[in-house]
Write a protein that binds this ligand. Structure first.
Ligand code: SF4
Length: 62
């Protein structure tokens, strides 16, 4: 599983960071950074982040 973020639409509002902090974090410049190949056990949390992103910027790719 890979996590893909559409950087053209992500607005760094950190909703995903709050939901899955082990995968998404904001760097010192408040830009989002992503662990692109997280453990499979995180899939349910990541699916919630996909649904919760207001910009629909997150995709999970197998
Ligand atoms: S929830 Fe969506 S828009 Fe917000 S920081 Fe995460 S990927 Fe970007």
């Amino acid at each position: 599983m890979r996590v893909v973020v559409d950087w053209d639409v992500c607005e760094s509002n950190a909703i995903c960071v709050g939901l899955v902090p082990s995968v998404f974090e904001l760097d010192d410049n408040e830009y989002l950074s992503v662990e692109e190949e997280p453990d499979e056990s995180l899939r349910p949390d990541l699916e919630k982040a996909v649904r919760s992103c207001p910009k629909q910027a997150i995709k999970l790719v197998d």
